[in-house]
Design a binder for this molecule. Sequence first.
Ligand SMILES: [Zn+2]
Length: 289
Amino acid sequence: MKLDPWFKTPVHEENARYMIEDEDEDEKDQRRGSMETNRTLLVDAHAHLDLLGGAEEEIRKAVSMGVLAVIGVSMGGESIGRTMRLREKFPGIVLPALGLHPWQIDKEDIEETLGKMEENLEQAVAIGEIGLDYKIKTKKPLQKELFTKQLHLARERGLPVIVHCRYSHQRALLLVEEADVPRAVYHWYTGPLELIDAIVERGDFISATPALAYSRMHQEAIRSAPLENILLETDCPVAYEGEEATPSTVVRVCEQVASLKGCSAAEVAGQTTENVKRFLGKTWPERSA
Ligand SMILES: [Zn+2]
């Protein structure tokens, strides 16, 4: 694969100095503004930072490699607390998304988790990771009920949603449309290509993972969707062909998308970062800049 020279530029000094604890807000905005004009930066739009070993170090490493922000998704009670703590350590960089994942339904006190979510939603940028997984044993009606409940919460709060679906793409899409949430991303999309038009028409997104290296279905989906409707993500710490992803792996995903689309990695970085801003809308931390 031909690498874009953009990625070969050395770590920017501005980036290395990014984490300055006692900096005031104006200074931070100024420095950030100049970083954005100097170089197009990437966003990892889906990371399980609470499950990532050495998360703090990995976040710093990603920032030094040109990662502007990481959307830290959560799956339930414990994970909500851990994600919120990382947000406090990396304000404006770790952007928390809160949700009850279908895999956790049986393992959580549902009411307690939903309560915890609501308490912290003021600081969250999105609701996720939520959705439907028809490959697991948890009853479909219960999954649908909880997914719908969280979709309604997203609409009420004006928040976008991060959707997990397996063997349930059509249903998930219908529920998202019915709930009329502001925006949705169908993460690691490997669903039917026929649904992509409806996703694009609603102004929603699909996201690309490192599985692009080997998954035909995923490659086809990313090839079919317009670049304006694609986000980049790692779903870290998921291991792809034995290699555990970290937020820095998003650089590779950007290269993979560029190679599939036949355009430059810089173009993919620029467009997908714009897409994240559109996806988040009012919760994007740079919105006032
Ligand atoms: Zn995930």
